[in-house]
Design a protein around this ligand. Sequence first.
Ligand code: HEM
Length: 124
Amino acid sequence: MLKHLHMTVAVISILLFTFRFALTLANSNKLSLKWLKIAPHIIDTLLLGLGIALAIKLSINPGEQLWLAEKIFAVFAYIFTGYYTLKLARNRTMQVIGFLGAIGWIMLIVRIAISKETVFLAGL
Ligand code: HEM
């Protein structure tokens, strides 16, 4: 139940980010819609909160299970790369590069979530 909620919120976060990226490329003024400004903050806070709640419930400690530490790092990197793409990147090329970077982090997150193994911290 908690796990499905967690996965649903993660999918919404990725969809919202992709939607806002598309609006940015299209120079759409929909980007200033109030719900589109507020919803991502709520969703991303929920994403972290639900992930932490799940880890506590299943007694998974990131200090012992390194895959979780790596996943949390990757989630912060995804959120920052998303912020870069939508706010800091000054032109289309930088926005596209930022978007591809964020997709790369998502691929790492999903891989770690499913395999429950470290990728970059492998061997530790
Ligand atoms: C974009 C962000 C995230 C995505 C796409 C994601 C995806 C997933 C998926 C697909 C699963 C189910 C894996 C499976 O059992 O088959 C899962 C489980 C889990 N996730 Fe996440 N997650 C994200 C963020 C987080 C964060 C931020 C945390 C912790 C702070 C977290 C902690 C966990 C835990 C503890 C489980 C349960 C593992 C288990 O069943 O043993 N996740 N996640």
